[in-house]
Design a protein around this ligand. Structure first.
Ligand code: IYR
Length: 232
């Protein structure tokens, strides 16, 4: 056995056959490839437990030094949602009408987004994610966290996957700047707003822009000696 200085446990998950692992992968791809970001939501209620399980799933993410530097803040309070909408629309008005970022505006044209964010009030839940730049130590001191953006990004990816798998929809909404979220949700200065997720069901008349995902050969490069794969 290895000579550890800290507690370790055996990790021996069961290994599927090659056929079974490919079947699982293709099935998961088929499901996740149907996910779309949504901007028209139903106001139908979503149980609090759905938010809890999605955050449990998000929290299984790997993180720098296992510091899990995320806080998910969920609200279904109409007054809080209204305040978030008002503050977000104010920021977005500046972005769409006063910020001189023509290339950025051009890149967004096919999404037909604008400063109106009605969905922030329509959805049953808003989940704001905060990235913890440092954490509290057991003795009360503070410890810097490492790879915070990467860690929180992975957790958010799992959160999105969890919601889609449960049949819910969301949007990776990042009103710019997002400082107002810290104030509305009463978060400390050690946390930085990361993403605002509206969570609910798509509206019955929901539409999404007609976008295509990149083909595999645009996002995957095999480099070096090709390893023979099993005959099909
Ligand atoms: N935050 C604005 C603009 C916006 C920016 C990006 I990058 C997008 O992918 C979509 C929108 C808004 O939410 O309208």
């Amino acid at each position: 056995m290895r000579d550890h200085q800290h507690p370790f446990l055996p990790y021996t998950p069961s290994r599927p056959s090659e056929a079974e692992l490919l079947r699982r992968g293709h099935e998961l791809f088929g499901m996740l490839d149907q996910r779309r970001s949504v901007r028209w939501f139903s106001s139908d209620p979503v149980p609090r437990e759905a938010i809890e399980i999605a955050v449990r799933i998000a929290s299984t993410a790997p993180s720098g030094a296992h510091q899990q530097p995320w806080t998910f803040v969920a609200t279904n309070d109409a007054d809080v949602k209204r305040r978030v909408r008002e503050a977000a629309e104010e920021e977005e008005r500046r972005f769409y009408h006063h910020r001189q970022v023509p290339q950025w505006h051009a890149a967004l044209a096919r999404l037909e987004t604008d400063e109106h964010k009605e969905f922030l009030e329509t959805v049953p839940w808003l989940v704001a994610v905060f990235a913890q730049k440092s954490s509290v130590l057991p003795g009360g001191g503070r410890q810097k966290n490492y790879y915070v953006s990467e860690s929180v990004g992975i957790a958010c990816g799992l959160f999105i996957t969890a919601l889609h798998t449960m049949g819910l929809a969301t949007l990776t909404h990042t009103p710019n700047p997002m400082a107002f979220l810290s104030e509305v949700f009463g978060r400390p200065a050690t946390e930085r707003p990361y993403i605002l997720f509206p969570v609910g069901y798509p509206a019955l008349d929901c539409e999404v822009p007609d976008l295509r995902r990149k083909a595999l050969d645009e996002v995957l490069v095999f480099h070096g000696q090709e390893v023979a794969s099993a005959p099909k």
